[in-house]
Write a protein that binds this ligand. Structure first.
Ligand SMILES: [Zn+2]
Ligand SMILES: [Zn+2]
Length: 192
């Protein structure tokens, strides 16, 4: 069954082929925080300290309101490209080189979606960047990744949902991937 990921004002969004996410992670990294705070300054929802990242198959059947979608990167040569609505500044999709066009990510509670959001986070990542360290004590039963040291990286990749998500696509797609949507948008805005 397909699902929608829309910005909060409804001007733009995607229809994706499957409503079942592949993976959920909690992320404490500086980049997620900077990106969400930039959007919040322009009127979008304020981020929590450990935002939840939802990964879905990068299989986009339809793009709605493409004239309202813009792409930004935090700095030149950034590995992440984030797509937002230029009216309400919701982030509707994020591409990262490590996603290999198999999946893309969106932030739970920073857009509106009909995806099934019942999946529990598989890990919490980049905890060394987290300022509110008491948040970590609330996370008891999932792998905690602080720095992606060699051992932590091995632990992370041993999570089945992680290794399946961040791998080359080997299944037929019904639509286009997020990267091809980004390419159709024209120039990427560089914030810093
Ligand atoms: Zn919007
Ligand atoms: Zn992050």
């Amino acid at each position: 069954m397909s699902a929608n990921i829309n910005c909060d004002c409804g001007a733009c969004g995607f229809e994706i082929a499957s409503r079942e996410p592949c993976l959920s992670l909690l992320c404490g990294c500086v980049d997620c925080r900077q990106a969400l705070e930039w959007c919040a300054k322009k009127g979008a929802v304020r981020p929590v300290s450990l935002p939840e990242l939802i990964y879905v198959k990068s299989d986009i059947i339809a793009v709605n309101g493409i004239q309202f979608i813009r792409a930004f990167q935090l700095r030149p040569e950034a590995r992440s490209t984030r797509l937002y609505c230029k009216k309400c500044f919701s982030i509707i999709g994020v591409d990262h080189k490590s996603y290999k066009n198999n999946v893309f990510m969106f932030f739970k509670n920073h857009c509106s979606t009909t995806c099934d959001l019942s999946l529990n986070p598989s890990a919490a990542i980049y905890l060394k960047d987290l300022e509110e360290t008491d948040e970590i004590n609330k996370l008891k039963s999932i792998p905690l990744i602080y720095t992606f040291s060699e051992a932590e990286f091995r632990l992370f990749r041993s999570i089945e949902a992680v290794s399946k998500s961040f791998s080359d696509t080997n299944r037929p797609r019904s639509g286009q991937n997020l990267k091809s949507v980004i390419q159709s948008l024209g120039e990427i805005e560089i914030l810093n």
